[in-house]
Design a protein around this ligand. Sequence first.
Ligand code: RB5
Length: 149
Amino acid sequence: MNKIAIGCDHGGLEHKNAIVEHLKERGFTVKDFGIYEAHSVDYPDIAYPVAKSVAAGENERGILVCGTGIGMSLAANKVKGIRAAACSDHFSAKYTRLHNDANILCLGGRVIGIGTALELVDLFMDTAFEGGRHSKRIEKITAIEVQEP
Ligand code: RB5
């Protein structure tokens, strides 16, 4: 697991830039979908290409940052195969990997500080899906995608 897609809106630019640096220092290959400088943008316009790249397997996981993390997660979860989780605490960031096999972490630049964001990113990157009884629950999420095309 080495390739990460990342993006943000104007609510998450500083956090996104710090996360890009941090991931590169850790040796990840980071595809930055912007934004790159402070200007207002609609979060679905960033969430969609990041989510598409993860769903297509071009990037193994994704990180999206907006003001709350919620708008990005709502938009990313519209893409088939995406399990995007908005997290602002360590337990959720760890367990959304262990139990939900989340493939995109959404963070709120107006909710948590950069230090906490980097810790949540590390938990998200370093925690494997537990499988077992959780696999059939993920399969049920995927089945909804088929029933509700
Ligand atoms: C932008 O002002 C803000 O609405 C956005 O960053 C995000 O918090 C939406 O969920």
